[in-house]
Design a protein around this ligand. Sequence first.
Ligand code: OAD
Length: 257
Amino acid sequence: MEALSLVVSRLQQCQRVVVFTGAGVSAESAIPTFRDALTGLWSRFDPARLASPEGFLSDPDLVWGWYEWRRRKALLAEPNPAHLAIARLLPLVPELTLITQNVDNLHERAGNQHLLRLHGSLHQPRCFNCATPYPLPEGIPDEPEGGRRLTPPRCARCSGPIRPGVVWFGESLPETIWQQAEQATNQCDLLFSIGTSSLVWPAAQLPFQAKQHGATVVQINPNGTSLDPVADFNLHGPAGFILPQIVNALAEEPLQR
Ligand code: OAD
């Protein structure tokens, strides 16, 4: 039986499924990943300047402008067949936890309202000093080019600079969300690791942790990663091509529970 059918038959027997996603799941929506050699953001931009508290403090206008450019890209993008397939999977399994490292809102817009965001959101900025949430104006920001400087707005409460609501290098993951992600991972029967390079820890440990706790691990990625030797199934290809096939097959097959 080919790998895809085997994954579908495992899914039919599962109670608890975790879907863990990274930037690759939004690649087919034209949102750049971080580490793909030619197109990844970190091949063109310096993470130390753009994704660290020190970088923000030394040049807030550069950092705020860059994230507004990314927020604009995310708002102009549409969910792709991978996001839509994950949303269609939800009613087909008894329990599904979606955990994402992505900071766009394409999973929500595809129909997954409940998800655990490990790295925050482009759409939930807050004060750098007092963490008061900042309400973004409606609509799509007017920011045509990456690298354009924009002065961050000030906090209404303490006048501190507003920062993007994402987790930067050197910062901790949101504690409760991380605990929930670990709990779902440790208890699941099957975990999908989709579109992530498996390089950024602690998020990257989740598929390995699922395997240690006895889950079936299914990786979907056109390229190899450090998870390959551990995963039970490595489905090499774009998520927007592979995931709809899995979900279509699951929707057609009678349940075996
Ligand atoms: P990466 O850019 O590190 O990895 C993206 C992965 O997606 C790579 O393994 C690609 O091979 C794969 N990929 C590309 N196109 C794909 C497609 N169509 N379908 C499936 N997979 C595809 O992105 P992440 O692993 O998400 O942190 O990066 C982890 C974190 O590092 C990010 O959350 C970000 C970054 O610094 C923060 O923003 C805090």
